[in-house]
Design a protein. Sequence first.
Length: 406
Amino acid sequence: MAGRIKKADVVVIGGGAVGTAAAYHLSSRGKKVILCEARNIASGATGRCGGMIVHCYGRDVNIDKTDYRLLFTRANTEIMKEYQKTFEIDFQLRQVGCLDIAISEKEYDDLERLVKIQHSLGDDGIVLLDKKETLSEMPNLNPELIFGSRLRKEDGNLNPFLLARAQAVEAQKLGAQVLLHTKVDEIIMTNNEVQGVRVNDSVIEAENVVNATNGWASLLTEGIEVIPVRELAMVTERLPELPPQPFEMLCLGDFAYGATQTATGNYNLGGPGPARPPDYDYYDEKIYADEVLRVMSYIAVIFPGLSGVSVIRSWVGAMGFTPDGMPSIGPMPGVKGLFITAGYPAGMSWAAVSGRLAAEYICEKQTSLPIGSMDPGRFIGKPKIKWPQPYDLTVCHDFLTEGAIA
Ligand SMILES: Cc1cc2nc3c(=O)[nH]c(=O)nc-3n(C[C@H](O)[C@H](O)[C@H](O)COP(=O)(O)OP(=O)(O)OC[C@H]3O[C@@H](n4cnc5c(N)ncnc54)[C@H](O)[C@@H]3O)c2cc1C
């Protein structure tokens, strides 16, 4: 489209679960939408993710934040259930529950305390399980490792490719144009007012732009402090149905491994790569032997029964983190027409609702849920955080060097 000028009401940048959700909800409100995706639909973190739906990830002692997250993640699930009634593509949403597992007495005490607080706030979706109950939910976990867990039955998993594709297809039915292999080089602004985007030497004019590029978002919009973090995943051969609960394991709140059995029976396992030097390229999507071996060794400890199973594929993706762990959702302060929706380390629990919020704000200038605490400008003027690797890997290093792996 060299030299040509296109026009839209809204340009959405990014064709992951979040960008396609924005395109769908904007189109369903009658906006003329053009979605620009640098590669293919779901070619970023979305197509590389485990598909776990975890309504309340993390062990945040800040219970207000936990409560606030639930408001959005539960709305997200409700929207996805609505999708299921009308969407052409089934994205395999399964609410089979998720265990958050404690592997030390201290972690179990922390979980117990958190669950008590959550119950006192009326969150009855969460249950504390002791070791025996945890193992009866998921007998293939290593009994020597487990102290207990908390279980949220409304958690589960979905097929992330199909979610993004389903939203894109429905947006297209409503008139949205999806431009693949179309990298946005610049969001064009005059006097802090959005005019459109530049793609190669062409322009797409629009009064509103949605930056939904997650790990890449800071490259297009300065000041939003979304940091790319590499996360790796691997998938096993198809297995008979293992106990249905996907699991999340966090060591002292900083380090996470997730595993989930997909609708096709493959076990999808993932976690952060090893710590890298501060100047490491976190957009690097190659996967290296040391990181594969590292995840495999943890998996062998956590699921001894999976030791002989073949891993058929492994990969890496860049996901977006913000310094406070919450996504950035809202209008960019001081810029008319720019909406940011980025900073998702667990986007499957946010994508649909974030798309609706972007559409509500752009079309109605108000949102049905309070997004103020996720203001994309909240880090402007604050000291920059240096975090080559936001997960603290020391806990598991200690665990391994204590001889947990034979
Ligand atoms: C290995 C791994 C496992 C994960 N597991 C889970 C999980 O189990 N559950 C969960 O909820 N989350 C998980 N995540 C995180 C999840 O993938 C993300 O939170 C989610 O996909 C974010 O969606 P998104 O649409 O915001 O970002 P993305 O899917 O990354 O989409 C951003 C898109 O923007 C495009 N883009 C970038 N720059 C430009 C540009 N200049 N012009 C045009 N397009 C551009 C990219 O190509 C990309 O397609 C995992 C991530 C990884 C990497």
